[in-house]
Design a protein around this ligand. Structure first.
Ligand SMILES: [Zn+2]
Length: 466
């Protein structure tokens, strides 16, 4: 199996540190709002990588953090007049719900930065002792030039970086000895969360959080470190500097990065108004469609989100789900498979190999998905009520199994979309107004059958999923 390693800019044969085991760390979201579809891409991509590694027989220890102390969280907390932890806890809960809807499996461990402060302080202390960091007025900086390999991931030359930094003066960082140095620990500001440390009350810098959580839950050396390509510099470059300077060991063997997500060929940004949360997309589409859409391209390619491409993804997914539903309802014959069926099973095996071959080539999900489409075609053409039950079952199980490797759910009843629910509620209100109570009751029952519970309140009709 080959993985494209950002560190070497090459596809390399994957050899884990320990046979049969994979230690993998994926940088998680900063929880100050609902996750957006740019956050969803690494979640889906690396969940698929994990699922495939497990399919290959590896035991995967998969760690993905929540960054729950950050300027954006503090800002939001101040706006709402609550503690920052109220904001972070709320959006961790919401992120977990979205991940479930995207069929992103729970990590082996989801550490929170605020619960790991002691370990971060320990790492910073070691970096100071080894001469890689220094403290000025309660701020601790990493001495970037003390780490000879700085720039090896992003392929940036330290002297070019220096030139770029010459005129930049960041307020509050006057004590920096070198503009390239970055913050490991910052002193407390009024109204901000803080923890005691040997350098006074304060909080950690973002980069040290991941270095510490990766070390604590996976060890000093890991197999795969992953995230969006926007994290290569400075976040991952700084993680490497901190971890390797502290532990004197190569940090991660393989660095994986997913490409950008654009909206209608434009970069997603709040200021351009083309910014979507996963929750918003979930009001228009089943989130399984979003997952399937994201896997339709190679994870390293930029991906363009548009209504047309989502419609195409929905069609493709429907084709698979319709085939699976039909296979479930086929009433076959109790006999041994005949020669024709044996040949089809041989062809099916070939398609499984085709799927594996695509995934072995740096997780080419686009080609893996087309192997699944070929399985569906084989099923549509060769399975009918005259087929042997053994054959029907084998075809069904294979498609379900391979869909599961990419995280596509085949046995889920389609959930009603929020928009459809609202439309029915409006129709029910109109029916009641017209004194057509029979129709109103009928709609209430129809929604109940779908697990939607209505509640008539003073403020109008409220609904929830059972
Ligand atoms: Zn990180």
């Amino acid at each position: 199996m080959k993985i494209y390693n950002t560190l070497t800019r090459k596809k390399e044969e994957f050899v884990p540190l320990e046979e049969g085991k994979v230690r993998m760390y994926v940088c998680g979201p900063t929880v100050y709002n609902y996750i957006h579809i740019g956050n969803a891409r690494p979640m889906i991509v690396f969940d698929t990588v994990r699922r495939y590694l497990e399919h290959k027989g590896y035991a995967v220890n998969y760690v993905s953090n929540f960054t729950d102390v950050d300027d954006k969280i503090i800002k939001k907390a101040n706006e709402e007049g609550v503690e920052p932890s109220v904001i972070s806890e709320r959006y961790i809960e919401e992120a977990r719900k979205d991940m479930e809807s995207l069929n992103v499996r729970e990590a082996t461990c989801h550490p929170k930065a605020t619960e790991e402060i002691d370990g971060m302080i320990e790492m910073i202390r070691t970096l100071i002792e080894k001469g890689h960091a220094y403290e000025v007025n309660g701020t601790v900086y990493f001495k970037t030039r003390s780490f000879a390999d700085y720039g090896k991931l992003s392929k940036k030359n330290i002297d070019d970086l220096q030139a770029g930094h010459r005129d930049i003066k960041v307020t509050g960082e006057d004590g920096k000895k070198d503009p390239l140095d970055f913050v490991l620990w910052k002193p407390k500001k009024e109204g901000e969360p803080s923890w005691p440390s040997p350098w006074g009350e304060g909080r950690p810098g973002w980069h040290i959080e991941c270095s510490e959580m990766s070390k604590k839950y996976l060890g000093e050396q890991i197999d795969i470190h992953a995230g969006g390509e926007d994290l290569i510099f400075p976040h991952h470059e700084n993680e490497i500097a901190q971890s390797e300077a502290c532990n004197d060991k190569e940090f991660a063997r393989y660095w994986m990065h997913n490409g950008f997500l654009n909206i209608d060929n434009v970069k997603m940004s709040k200021s351009l108004g083309n910014f979507f949360t996963v929750r918003e997309i979930g009001e228009k589409y089943d989130l399984q469609v979003l997952r399937f859409f994201m896997l339709s391209a190679h994870y390293r390619s930029p991906l363009n989100f548009s209504a047309e491409l989502m419609a195409a993804a929905k069609n493709g997914l429907d084709r698979i789900l319709t085939a699976v539903d039909r296979l479930k309802s086929v009433d076959g014959v109790d006999r041994e498979p005949d020669a024709g069926e044996v040949a089809q099973l041989e062809a099916l095996k070939g398609l499984c190999e085709k799927f594996d071959k695509a995934m072995d080539d740096d997780f080419n999900t686009a080609d893996a998905v087309s192997a699944i489409f070929e399985m569906v075609k084989l099923a549509n053409v060769s399975v009918n009520n005259d087929s042997s039950n053994v054959f029907v079952k084998k075809v069904l199980m294979t498609i379900v199994e391979y869909c599961d490797i990419i995280g596509v759910i085949t046995d889920k009843k389609e959930e009603m979309l929020d928009a459809d629910i609202e439309a029915l509620i409006n129709e029910r209100q109109a029916a009641r107004k017209a004194k057509n109570f029979a129709r109103a009751d009928e709609i209430r029952q129809q929604l109940l059958d779908q697990g939607i519970i209505l509640e008539d309140t003073r403020e109008g009709v409220k609904w929830k999923r059972a």
